[in-house]
Design a protein around this ligand. Structure first.
Ligand SMILES: [Fe+2]
Ligand SMILES: [Fe+2]
Length: 366
């Protein structure tokens, strides 16, 4: 396909977005990665590989036989497009990273599991891209790959952050799905019906990366330095989502959700789930933790407002410093190692094609 001018512009804008909260592309140090040993848990990795190869979602991401896609989507809110663009970039950056690891990691079982994980992310980003075309938007992913900056990180950090982003991805998709199952009047595009099965891929990805961390228990999970890094990156993932969703609150309002309640729930559930691997969790239910998050949100809103009014970098500096101080206050809070709160049981429901869209036409606009 030859990219149109608007696709090129959209892609360039996505590539130029270098803010803290934009998705990036990552690479890692393969020499270090290949020095790791996984053979002592070979049986567990074989079972995990089987879970990927069995692929219960093989026929899931097909929209040809779903008449719900045969609608006029021209009335959808602009925030839906931003939601799709961010989702597509996140999925695509995962596909690139996992494909590269698959090509360069020496362990054959791990390599093939990474290849299958890249396949999953590729079909996720492809599925989102089709939805973007429904609303006359598109990104040129090949071009984006050439334009976007790649960031190299230690394998340990790649494992912490991809583990967290897969688990948080699962809870993000399943919570939107559950909400729209209960309130189908807000389901203004059929892509949301697919989140229930989609998120199973993300949970499987999280479990595979979690298994790699468990295989490196002594190197990557125990000791003061590792625990400090885990706390730092867990907080970074939560705060990044918090500020990004604050900015995207119109989208959540358009599907009848309150972004703040949604984020707090997703953070709680991710935090409790990740304790199985990390052996600790942040004290996210502590009222002080939530109070500081709310203060950061207020400061971020104010900072964006001043920026929109044309405030220079220098004028924004005190607010940035105040936010950094808030981040450090959250980071300094004691972690918890007692039993985590229970995570809700989410049913896995199949997509019923051509049946579930009960949207009443115009979505609620924020
Ligand atoms: Fe994905
Ligand atoms: Fe994933």
């Amino acid at each position: 396909m030859i990219a149109t001018e608007s696709v090129i512009q959209e892609t360039k804008a996505a590539a130029a977005d270098k803010s803290l909260i934009s998705p990036r592309f990552y690479v890692t140090d393969y020499k270090k990665m290949n020095a790791l040993r996984f053979d002592h848990m070979a049986e567990a990795f074989k079972a995990m590989h089987k879970r990927f190869a069995d692929d219960p979602n093989k026929h899931f991401f097909k929209r040809d036989d779903d008449p719900d896609f045969e609608q006029d989507f021209s009335h959808l809110p602009p925030s839906f497009k931003d939601f799709l663009i961010r989702g597509c970039l996140g999925e695509f950056s995962g596909a690139l990273l996992y494909k590269e690891i698959a090509d360069r990691i020496e362990d054959p079982i791990l390599s093939d599991t990474y290849r299958l994980m890249a396949r999953d992310e590729g079909r996720h980003s492809g599925f989102i891209r089709l939805a973007m075309r429904d609303i006359k938007a598109d990104l040129d992913l090949q071009m984006l790959q050439g334009e976007k900056e790649f960031v190299s990180m230690h394998p340990k950090i790649i494992l912490y952050t991809t583990y967290l982003s897969e688990v948080i991805g699962y809870f993000r998709y399943i919570n939107i799905y559950s909400h729209l199952e209960a309130h189908p009047e807000y389901r203004y595009h059929p892509i949301f019906k697919y989140f229930g099965g989609w998120c199973q891929d993300e949970l499987k990805h999280g479990d595979f990366i979690g298994l790699q961390l468990e295989a490196q228990k002594n190197l990557y999970l125990s000791g003061g330095v590792n625990r400090t890094l885990i706390r730092f990156f867990s907080l970074a993932v939560y705060v990044t989502m918090w500020l990004r969703d604050l900015k995207a609150q119109d989208f959540y309002a358009s599907i009848g959700m309150n972004w703040r309640e949604y984020d707090l729930k997703v953070i709680r559930e991710t935090n409790a789930y990740a304790q199985r691997v990390f052996g600790l969790r942040l004290d996210v239910d502590n009222p002080k933790f939530i109070r500081i998050l709310d203060r950061m949100a207020a400061r971020y809103t104010e900072m964006n407002r001043r920026e929109d009014e044309g405030a220079g970098k220098l004028a924004l500096l005190p607010m940035q410093a105040a936010m950094a101080a808030d981040y450090l206050r959250l980071f300094a809070m004691k972690v918890r190692t007692d039993a985590p709160p229970p995570i809700p049981e989410y049913p896995v429901a199949p997509v019923i094609k051509g049946f579930a869209s009960q949207s009443k036409g115009q979505p609620a606009m924020a």
